[in-house]
Design a binder for this molecule. Structure first.
Ligand code: GSH
Length: 285
């Protein structure tokens, strides 16, 4: 399991809602005692100096309520990376952040060897890390299989996600959401119309993931969830905020991914679910 340290910076309702999961994520797992490489001799060897704590190799700036971020947080845990998370809530447009990442987007990783030192876009981050560490289980190397994973992810980012964003962001209380109407001065009725249309449009791409990309397999990746599966399952989490009636296969699919990945999935999902529960309770009040 990944050793995850969480540096928390911002103050937000999301943070409050997601506290238990964040605590669990911050607590590093106890290490299992490594077998001694050499047999102990009668004479005690001079004690080695305690090593200073190693810095995590990978830094991840993230926002807890976001499924774009959840995607990479799940992947980092499932892959067992030694990484540290920094909560960027309220900081993405600060001059310091913008100087490194002019797109002001999270998730963002900092990793030695990247030409500009940082990388954003959830799918690109997973592709990069899977390539770098040879994680074929999540991202197959064979060109044809890899192409299907890529196609599923690009289809998600280019087609499904804009609908999900337009349908859910107003309920999530996110100030910006994809879609011309959302950003315009259009009458609230027009915005609501666009939201409803997006909601209705979700069914088609969803079915494409099921019938075309999964094609009878448990996951897009086959027997094991690929990075495309992590991306899709995380995306579906947002639909709970509008009580979207997921088809049975989709409910089973998310449950199967959560079962396979265990805490790697449920911890970051807990932050998103906690945020959704919080906004729903606010809406009722
Ligand atoms: N396509 C991107 C979307 C990233 C994105 O929209 N990030 C949002 C959170 S969901 C963000 O960091 N917004 C902060 C800002 O724009 O200042 C991905 O998959 O990573």
């Amino acid at each position: 399991m990944a050793k995850t340290a969480t540096k928390t910076a911002g103050k937000s309702a999301a943070k409050a809602a997601a506290k238990p999961a964040a605590k669990a994520a911050a607590k590093p797992k106890a290490k299992t005692a490594a077998k001694p490489a050499v047999k102990a001799t009668a004479k005690a060897a001079p004690r080695a100096k305690a090593k200073p704590a190693k810095k995590p190799a990978l830094k991840l700036s993230m926002l807890k309520p976001s499924v774009n971020n959840m995607t990479v947080r799940v992947f980092a845990r499932a892959a067992g990376f030694d990484h540290a998370e920094t909560d960027a809530w309220g900081h993405t447009r600060s001059p310091e952040f913008m100087a490194r990442n002019p797109a002001h987007l999270t998730p963002m990783i900092e990793d030695k060897g990247l030409p500009r030192g940082v990388l954003w876009e959830s799918c690109a981050i997973m592709q990069y890390l899977a390539n770098k560490h040879g994680l074929e289980k999540f991202y197959p190397k064979a060109p044809a299989k890899r192409a299907m994973v890529d196609s599923a992810m690009f289809y998600l980012i280019g087609t499904l996600y804009p609908y999900v964003a337009r349908a859910t962001y107003p309920a999530l209380g996110f100030p910006h959401y994809a879609g011309e109407v959302g950003h315009s001065d259009a009458h609230p009725d027009k915005k609501s119309e666009a939201q409803m249309a997006a909601m209705a449009a979700i069914a088609e791409p969803l079915e494409v993931f099921h019938s075309f990309f999964r094609d009878g397999k448990p996951f897009i990746g086959g027997k094991n969830p690929s990075i495309a599966d992590i991306r899709l399952a995380a995306t579906l989490e947002f639909l709970a905020v509008i009580d979207y009636a997921l088809p049975e296969w989709a409910k089973d699919y998310v449950a199967a991914i959560e079962k396979k990945l265990g805490k790697a999935y449920s911890e970051p999902a807990g932050d998103v679910r906690g945020y959704i529960a919080h906004v729903k309770s606010q809406a009722k009040a």
